[in-house]
Design a protein around this ligand. Structure first.
Ligand SMILES: Nc1ncnc2c1ncn2[C@@H]1O[C@H](COP(=O)(O)OP(=O)(O)OP(=O)(O)O)[C@@H](O)[C@H]1O
Ligand code: SF4
Ligand SMILES: [Mg+2]
Length: 356
């Protein structure tokens, strides 16, 4: 691992800019119990905070089991936070009135990993789309509904006839595009795409990523794009300059940066190892992480200090004793003692010198 000394020795002051936030995740945690009887509690999401502005893409990455889907379910209201809260358009979602909740359900649309889960195999797609239009009350007359359906089909580049057809008559890639079209029928402000291309055939993945990026630009649509696959994430960053990235590890945010900074100048040792383990930035190729998954995942979740300390080549004494804060480093935030001004980093620096 190559780590530049000057990056570690940087001083870190940054003013947090007030932004026009669509979504605010504020100190959100979710505790689960692992095991049936004498189970252990652990936080699948641990004190997570970040903001998503209108029209922004936020790329949430991290290896399997780091808490991405749990966080997505907390935002969607499928799960309730154990602590912390979520704000949408400045209001706390758990305190929504009935009409605010209805608007939230319409405006925040999920795109699931398995596109088949969006559709009932026994219901014709055109009938289902008409139902969605009526349910959301976006369109009233039959001709308006038809116009809206045609509009969203164009936006996801479906040019085949959907009238009278069932889901099994489409390919996997087409079904995921239809599920995006279904979400667009609601005129959403935010799409939450959790592993949206993971189950899609490699040759069709790029097409879907391009569609999401086009929708973001065309409709100023915010997207929370969740993936464990860094090559897919990199492609999204290439497509959209406004992409912000959040890296999670064992329930916590370990790094937050612009897309460009994350891939060109990753700061956290975990992010560096993740990026180095991507063989290619081609989203058509599956990323097989070279990292070993920890045997004792639960133990890492419950570590007192840095959750990465069991794997980190630069771990210091303090790393095992105390969880690091998120330190601001230029335009990024990084949860690592290497970026603290008050910690003696001589041991880690010696390890680095040996590595260089
Ligand atoms: N309902 C639950 N009860 C107990 N543990 C859970 C529950 N849901 C998730 N977990 C655990 O919480 C951790 C985070 O799971 P989550 O599904 O959020 O991870 P993920 O980052 O989405 O992973 P993947 O990339 O595989 O989708 C995992 O250890 C998982 O086993
Ligand atoms: S805090 Fe310590 S163990 Fe954790 S990533 Fe930084 S150097 Fe490694
Ligand atoms: Mg998941």
């Amino acid at each position: 691992m190559i780590m530049k000394l000057n990056v570690i020795c940087m001083s870190h002051t940054k003013e947090v800019k007030e932004m026009e936030n669509l979504l605010e995740i504020i100190n959100v945690s979710k505790q689960f119990r692992s095991g049936l009887y004498l189970g252990t509690n652990f936080k699948a999401v641990d004190n997570v905070s970040f903001n998503l502005e209108n029209g922004e893409i936020l790329l949430l990455v991290g290896e399997s089991g780091c808490g991405k889907t749990t966080l997505s379910n907390l935002i969607l209201g499928i799960l309730k936070p154990s602590s912390g809260f979520i704000k949408y358009k400045g209001k706390i979602t758990s305190k929504f009135r009935r009409n605010e909740k209805r608007s939230f359900i319409r405006e925040v649309q999920p795109i699931f990993q398995d596109p088949y889960s969006t559709f009932n195999p026994f219901v014709r797609i055109d009938y289902y789309f008409e139902e969605v239009c009526s349910n959301f009350g976006i369109t009233r007359s039959k001709s308006e509904i038809e116009q809206k359906i045609n509009e969203v089909l164009n936006q996801v580049k479906i040019d085949t006839e959907i009238k009278g057809k069932f889901v099994h008559q489409f390919s996997g890639g087409q079904i995921q595009r239809l599920s995006i079209a279904r979400a667009l029928l609601a005129n959403p402000s935010l799409l939450i795409a959790d592993e949206a291309v993971t189950m899609i055939d490699a040759s069709l993945r790029v097409g879907i990523l391009n569609i999401l990026s086009d929708l973001n630009k065309l409709l100023n649509l915010a997207i929370l794009f969740i993936t464990h696959d860094l090559s897919v994430g990199y492609y999204m960053v290439e497509l959209s300059e406004r992409t912000k990235t959040v890296v999670m590890y064992r329930g916590t945010i370990v790094e937050e940066a612009t897309g460009e900074n994350l891939f060109l100048n990753p700061l956290h040792p975990y992010t560096r190892q993740l990026i180095e383990s991507v063989p290619s930035v081609d989203p058509n190729k599956k990323w097989h992480s070279a990292m070993k998954h920890a045997v004792l995942e639960l133990e890492e979740f419950n570590l007192k200090g840095c959750k990465y300390s069991k794997r980190c080549p630069f771990a210091m004494k303090i790393c095992e004793e105390k969880e690091p804060n998120l330190f601001s480093v230029e335009h990024s935030r990084v949860r690592c003692w290497l970026y603290s001004d008050t910690v003696d980093k001589s041991i880690a620096l010696n390890k680095l010198k040996k590595n260089q």
